[in-house]
Design a protein. Structure first.
Length: 414
């Protein structure tokens, strides 16, 4: 682990230097567990990450760590699998829609209060060995279609990933740096300790031995810290305290970690987790068809990005509205026509470099491109803003330097 953190300002300076001296950015978002349908909240989050990744990749080398297998051993995922095994034995998953699976996921949370760890542990062990339940494989197949429909950069959804470091190594390291209180020897929990910065202790194991998602996250990220100048921890606002704790841990270990937070999107005036229901009629499959038929795929892709990222903004106080989405999609079509941007590859490397320099200057000391800022700049009338170049970046037709996976030992989904 490096002995001192690189400042975000230093990353910005590296990014704006001569070509070849590019910053190294690790984008590490919390994953959307493959147990549910993609709702406007998930789509706002994923499309924000898509823009952040594409735009930052024009001036920095970005490693995107997003593996759906990472948290499969957590109660949220393995517990759902156990519920399916016990309550719906022999369920044929291949023909299920994501809405069907979402209903099962909601039913699981209504029924799973007090489920003992001993009931879940066998599936936790299988998940940690790389196995995936057919119901989550089905979700990922559906999501792959959504990613392709929306023109997102990783339609394989990170189905392979680096082998995480061991739990023992991580906990020993954290204890040695006064970042963990390990009471497992007393039949109690292990806790992340960020009390030095005013945060509460956070259990990462239960007395029975169940790990939560934060321990899986650290096992994946800590081995990668030395290779990067900046770590971006992306999450929704419900996980703010957890990710403040993770940022403190990574910064203490010598990384330069910052947080990028995306709000949940209200549905019919209510903001709540998918596990509680209320998402019916608001999935991608429920609203995409008529807009695709009316405007075509490219305008729909851009319109959804503009509406969720720029239209709903940083706070997403207004409820999702298909009426507003149609207005933004119409605006997207006009933008694409006005600037002659289509789905083909970029043909002017000089223009791509100029767009990267523009985005690097806008990133400044933050060290990465803010998706909200990029999305709003697409509608600028300022002649100094390279709108056509930005459209090509957001639509995935501009050149960029990206890394979707890490070299080394790999774990395959089975």
């Amino acid at each position: 682990m490096s002995g001192s953190a690189t400042s975000v300002g230093a990353v910005a300076e590296i990014c704006s230097a001569a070509e070849g001296a590019r910053g190294r950015v690790l984008l590490a978002p919390v994953t959307v567990s493959p147990t549910k349908p993609l709702t406007p909240t998930h789509l706002k989050y994923l499309l924000s990450l898509d823009i952040l990744f594409r735009a930052t990749s024009t001036f920095a080398d970005v490693t995107f760590v997003y593996h759906h297998a990472t948290y499969s051993g957590s109660r949220q995922v393995a517990g759902f699998w156990e519920y399916i095994e016990q309550c719906h034995p022999g369920l044929v998953c291949d023909g299920l829609t994501e809405e069907d699976i979402g209903e099962l996921y909601t039913a699981y949370h209504q029924a799973a209060e007090g489920l003992p760890y001993a009931a879940v542990e066998p599936l936790v062990r299988r998940a940690e060995a790389g196995w995936t339940h057919p119901i989550s494989r089905r979700v990922l197949d559906v999501w792959e279609g959504h990613y392709r429909l929306l023109g997102m950069f990783d339609p394989k959804l990170g189905r392979t990933g680096p082998e995480p470091t061991s739990e023992a190594e991580i906990l020993d390291l954290l204890v040695s740096r006064d970042l963990c209180i390990d009471a497992r020897g007393l039949n109690a929990s292990a806790y992340l300790d960020a009390t030095a910065v005013g945060l509460p202790l956070r259990a990462v194991t239960s007395p029975e031995g169940q790990r939560n998602y934060l321990l899986y996250l650290l096992r994946e990220l800590v081995p990668l810290l030395d290779r990067h100048d900046l770590v971006i921890l992306a999450h929704d606002n419900e996980l703010r305290t957890d990710y403040r704790t993770i940022a403190h841990v990574l910064n203490t270990l010598g990384a330069d970690a910052t947080r990028f937070e995306v709000p949940r999107v209200p549905l019919d005036g209510v903001t709540q987790s998918t596990r509680l229901g209320g998402w019916q009629g608001h999935t991608l499959g429920a609203f995409a068809g008529p807009l695709l038929e009316e405007f075509g795929p490219e305008a729909f892709r851009l319109g959804l990005r503009l509406y969720l990222v720029a239209g709903l903004g940083r706070t997403a106080r207004e409820s999702f509205s298909t009426y507003q989405l149609r207005r933004w999609t119409r605006r997207a079509r006009r933008l694409l026509e006005a600037h002659g941007v289509s789905g083909g590859p970029a043909t002017d490397p000089g223009a791509s470099r100029a767009t990267g320099q523009f985005l690097a200057a806008r990133a400044g000391r933050r060290g990465y491109a803010d998706p909200y800022q990029v999305a709003t700049l697409l509608m600028s009338n300022d002649p100094a803003v390279p709108v056509a170049g930005l459209l090509r970046v957001v639509m995935g037709t501009a050149e960029g330097h990206t890394e979707l996976s890490i070299a080394g030992r790999r774990r395959e989904w089975r």
